[in-house]
Design a protein around this ligand. Structure first.
Ligand code: ZN
Length: 234
């Protein structure tokens, strides 16, 4: 690869690659789709999977949004995951996710496993891109984790408030309690007998990647089914 091509490709990076302990770590914004050549240029998928602290830049993106007033989860307990996933066209796409530091290693391994398995996930943006509005994020089929909020209609904090729960492809895997469905636009997907490649089903690659590591699936709850939801109790 000549110097000219290298400079052109480097100029496409929004934030400079970080060089830590000899490995190149590439920090691109969520939603960037990578060609095979770009992946190889930066040392393969390994360069795109890593865990970061909540630095000042990141905190400014979440302060007053997902990290809302009165947030009882300390900033120092949170981590920013940089990862890749396969989008609905099978392409490698960049995602960012904030989670609790205690599950950061787990989640990095889970998303790496899903990426390698070609498991389709449409998008992984911070929920702050949706003003921390869970309904907007779900309706846009955004996969996310940390959001300091209560359970719908309750005082009790959601597991998302501590970054200990993940919602995967939420439009196609809605929360269902009786006839109530969230997001409302996902009502048609409350029927789990439909054929849909984005449904999470017991024993599939997604279900297995989480449950093998001790995560519980909302799809197996009795009183309501939260098909999108995996959580880990510490
Ligand atoms: Zn959830």
């Amino acid at each position: 690869m000549g110097l000219k091509a290298r400079i052109i490709l480097t100029s496409m990076v929004f934030m400079a690659p970080l060089l830590l302990s000899g490995q190149t770590l590439v920090r691109w914004p969520s939603g960037c789709v990578l060609s095979q050549m770009q992946l190889e240029m930066y040392g393969g998928a390994d360069s795109f999977f890593f865990i970061g602290e909540i630095d000042d830049d990141t905190f400014s993106r979440i302060d007053g949004v997902s990290f809302g007033s009165g947030c009882t989860t300390p900033r120092s307990d949170l981590r920013l995951l940089h990862l890749l996933h396969r989008n609905f066209y099978g392409r490698a796409q960049v995602g960012e996710m904030i989670c609790n530091k205690s599950v950061a290693d787990d989640l990095l391994k889970i998303f790496r496993e899903l990426y390698d398995a070609g498991y389709p996930i449409e998008k992984i943006y911070l929920i702050d891109e949706y003003g921390a509005d869970d309904n907007r994020s779900m309706a846009d089929n955004n996969t996310s984790c940390f959001n300091f909020r209560r359970k719908p209609g309750m005082q009790e904090l959601s597991m998302h408030a501590r970054g200990l729960a993940v919602d995967i492809n939420p439009l196609y895997n809605p929360y269902v309690k009786g006839t109530h469905v969230e997001p409302a636009s996902g009502a048609v997907y409350a029927d789990r007998k439909r054929k849909c490649p984005y449904y999470i089903r017991k024993g599939d690659a997604c279900h297995a990647a989480f449950t093998r590591r001790g995560w519980k699936w909302g799809g197996s709850w009795r009183s309501a089914q939260d098909w999108q939801h995996f959580e880990k109790k510490l």
